[in-house]
Design a binder for this molecule. Structure first.
Ligand SMILES: [Zn+2]
Ligand SMILES: [Zn+2]
Ligand SMILES: [Zn+2]
Ligand SMILES: [Zn+2]
Length: 227
């Protein structure tokens, strides 16, 4: 991504699209989100701490999520969420740590409110072979009733990064890992050019899904939130 071309994303409450840098402030003022919070407040739920997490891939950060997590939820809930929306290929091990990759491991049974506070950043590693590294930063905390019955709510997500076919510059929806690794080409292919593409050393070209694990360990998605 060239500098000045920030990744864009969508607010899950009002569906407005904006650059990553503007989303945090938008979420604090979004009228639809305020309405959801007000509706939850008048409902039967239990009040508690709710953590606004900015989750992003540790590389260029073009894949990102804004999540709201209950204080009573555990890191295991977050691990399951990340696996569903971004990571799961073949049941690899994962772990959370604080203070970077080599930092202190935090057990998955740990409640969010035991380890999270503003500015704390966790590192999540999925698969210690072909690793996916995700950063989880607490950007805000509020006190209130959760807006969903689930431990985690999706508040915003990046739009799929723009990808152009390396043959014709039309929008790409496939990735050839062999081109990427062995020929140092982008490996991005449109529906037309994927048809007769000759490579299969790493398997057939993979569908481009909205996940930082695209092209790694045969990951094919679906890259959908679990709830
Ligand atoms: Zn909004
Ligand atoms: Zn795998
Ligand atoms: Zn093409
Ligand atoms: Zn290829």
């Amino acid at each position: 991504m060239s500098p000045g071309r920030q990744s864009r994303g969508t607010c899950a409450y009002c569906e407005m699209q904006m650059v990553k840098g503007a989303m945090l402030r938008h979420l604090s003022t979004c009228p639809q989100r305020q309405a959801a919070i007000a509706e939850a407040a008048s409902g039967p739920g239990t009040s508690g701490q709710l953590f606004h997490l900015r989750v992003q891939d540790a590389g260029r950060g073009k894949y990102w999520l804004d999540l709201e997590m209950r204080g009573s939820a555990t890191l295991n809930d977050l691990d399951k969420y990340l696996r569903a929306i971004w990571l799961e290929c073949c049941g690899h091990l994962s772990r959370f740590s604080i203070g970077g990759w080599a930092g202190e491991e935090i057990a998955k049974r740990t409640r969010a409110d035991r380890v999270l506070e503003p500015q704390v950043q966790l590192t999540h590693i999925y698969d210690f072979g072909t690793s996916s590294e995700t950063l989880v930063k607490v950007v805000a905390v509020r006190e209130g009733k959760p807006t969903t019955s689930h431990p985690i709510a999706l508040m915003a997500r990046n739009l799929p990064p723009e990808a152009q076919c390396m043959e014709c510059e039309q929008p790409a929806s496939w990735l050839c890992v062999e081109c990427m690794y062995d020929e140092e080409r982008s490996g991005l292919l449109c529906d037309e050019h994927v048809r007769d593409h000759p490579h299969d050393d790493y398997g057939e070209p993979f569908p481009l899904v909205n996940s930082p694990r695209v092209g790694m360990c045969g990951y094919t998605g679906p890259a959908e939130p679990p709830y």
